[in-house]
Design a protein around this ligand. Structure first.
Ligand SMILES: CC(C)(COP(=O)(O)OP(=O)(O)OC[C@H]1O[C@@H](n2cnc3c(N)ncnc32)[C@H](O)[C@@H]1OP(=O)(O)O)[C@@H](O)C(=O)NCCC(=O)NCCS
Length: 224
């Protein structure tokens, strides 16, 4: 399925395209670890299966989140207007296997993504993926891998749209994308995206803190 199948007249509804312009993808850090955990724990059972390839119980999800090494991997996030993490993309780097002839570089990257149920269909998943790909370019990684269940039509649609090669086997799908080397435009594009997303993140964080503070004063509670 592509956009033209959904909108045969070639016109994507305005609300959808304008929603996409307000998706800001920010690099997350140690201070976001608890928010990342909260995001994963809120995923329904089937979404956890789609995200991790297996039904992970809460303790295993916590172990996964605690094991994220922010100095090695890069984690991206999108926050809602209430400062809730509604999308997380994890770009995990690993040394290239000696017998792997797909990449010429020392490292390869694997991308995993999830978007909260109530925030889907607004382009968050695609934006996180796009950011993962541009980041790979800028850190001299030429191949981005993704692994998902072959039944995951939404993710396969996003991957195909991004130009990924997809191989299906035994109910699973492996996809990879060759990314171009970095250039001045890719570096600038990512820097600007990060700066805009940081401003957005800080405004929402401060607003959330202010609402919480006022809520405490008046004895009501803001969204957590
Ligand atoms: C996959 C996932 C990340 C997508 O997030 P999202 O924010 O809804 O994605 P987007 O809004 O950017 O894009 C969704 C696209 O898939 C399309 N789509 C939605 N349902 C679809 C379906 N059943 N079949 C094919 N395409 C579908 C949408 O039309 C949209 O395409 P468009 O941009 O061309 O219109 C989200 O559904 C999710 O978290 N799923 C559970 C975890 C998971 O599957 N992770 C992937 C494995 S790592």
């Amino acid at each position: 399925m592509n956009t033209s199948d959904l909108y045969p007249d070639g016109k994507e509804p305005k609300a959808k395209s304008s929603a996409r312009h307000s998706v800001f993808v920010k690099e997350l850090s140690e201070q976001d670890r608890h928010r990342i955990l909260k995001h994963f724990l809120a995923l329904k059972e089937n979404d956890r299966l789609l995200r991790f390839g297996t039904y992970l119980p809460d303790e295993m999800v916590a172990k996964y989140v605690n094991g994220i090494d922010f100095s090695r991997d890069t984690v991206f996030g999108v926050v809602s207007s209430h400062f809730r993490l509604v999308g997380v993309g994890h770009l995990a780097f690993a040394p290239r296997q000696p017998d792997d002839d797909i990449s010429d570089k020392d490292k390869i990257a694997e991308f995993g993504v999830s978007v909260s149920d109530d925030a889907r269909g607004k382009g968050i998943g695609a934006k996180l993926f796009e950011r993962g790909a541009i980041h790979c370019r800028n850190v001299d990684v030429d191949t981005l891998f993704m692994h998902c269940l072959a039944s995951n039509q939404t993710m396969i649609h996003i991957a195909k749209k991004a130009g990924m090669e997809i191989f299906r086997e035994y109910g699973e799908a492996d996809a990879y994308l060759k990314v171009l080397p970095a250039d001045a435009v890719s570096v600038l594009k990512e820097a600007v995206q990060e700066q805009v997303a940081s401003i957005d993140y800080n405004i929402k964080a401060n607003t959330r803190a202010a609402v919480k503070w006022l809520g405490n004063l008046s004895g009501t509670k803001g969204e957590s």
